[in-house]
Ligand binder design. Sequence first.
Ligand code: SF4
Length: 421
Amino acid sequence: MSDSLTRPGLTPAQILANFAEAHPPLTQAQALVEANRCYFCYDAPCTQACPTGIDIPGFIRGIATGNLAGAASKILEENIFGGSCARVCPTEILCERACVRTAESGEPIAIGALQRVATDWQMERGNPFARAAETGKRIAVVGAGPAGLACAHALARLGHAVQVFDAKAKPGGLNEYGIAAYKLADDFAAREIGFITAIGGIAIEYRKCLGENLHLDDLRETFDAVFLGIGLRGTNHLGIAGEFLPGVRDAIDFIAELRQTQDKTALKIGRRVVVIGGGNTAIDAATQARLLGAEDVTMLYRRGPEHMSATAEEQAWAQRHGVAIRFWAAPLQITEAHGALSVVTERAIFPADLILKAVGQTFLGGGPAVEGGRIKIDASYRTSLPGVFAGGDCVPGLDLTVQAVQDGKLAARAIHEFLGG
Ligand code: SF4
């Protein structure tokens, strides 16, 4: 961040408290009460709404009867990232919206919180899955995010040897670098990767970036199959004057810096922050700017609240933390005068010490055929290149962690079949 930015007025203790976990876990008693509210529906609309198809009434029954191992197994069998999904999934638009209790009383079963109870229990005891006998097949997985590691875990279970490559210095993808610190507190993302890779048969090499010091042609020659879970590495631009001025930066970089810094109390933020965008990244950046002590944080969104990709709950969360959301406020230009930045919209001018752009990410291309800005795949996750599969944010579909996990899991099955399994 710019040296011209001031430290906020909060004390270090206040900043540390602000970044404590957003939602504490249920107690054992709370979990039992909540689990016993479930109707254990035969047709389970909650399961149908889950992108990974977890047997939700099945795992809730496990919690209700004290069988936490069985509950965790039902979750992790379908979603090995069940721990982080319990924390970051927008359950309000997925399983909990579909829950019959929502229509009945407006109070769905707290499925995410219950999922956390079971997965936390299992994580304390280690990875419960065993590997099949070694097949002798080697698969390269590019990207150590949820798609790549879900694929790697499923392949390792089937007895394959998996070599994972990642461009960053740590695994986890967006779980490690792109999600608000208070959603995955206490180094949870790293602990979950340890839990997943403990199955064995998975090696990870860092600082290997596809197209730079890692080449698809080499991987295709060296390995029996390749899975690309490379996410979206580019960021969209606003296309307005002033967007590259000092003091204007990508929100995704701001969030990554926040996540990786050892001492958040040393970060400078400035008094006034403007965040441009309407997705979860914009919400996470704006809320964290407030938590760091910025006094005046405004989100500018070019359309109405119903068009925002951030859910109504996420919008309310930001507002509860003091973020002002201005709708129908498309930025026209960013100006700088005597060191002071401003965002100019049709109706108002917003002065700012820091401006964060959160207008989406984009796939950078390279390798297999691309369609609509993402890697083109068929129903079996096959790309245009024989032996190369892809999933997660770099292919069309929902940009959600839970969808990336499902892609990785199903792509692993397709790769196993491709290899003659
Ligand atoms: Fe339980 Fe709600 Fe799912 Fe029915 S829809 S099984 S009540 S969580």
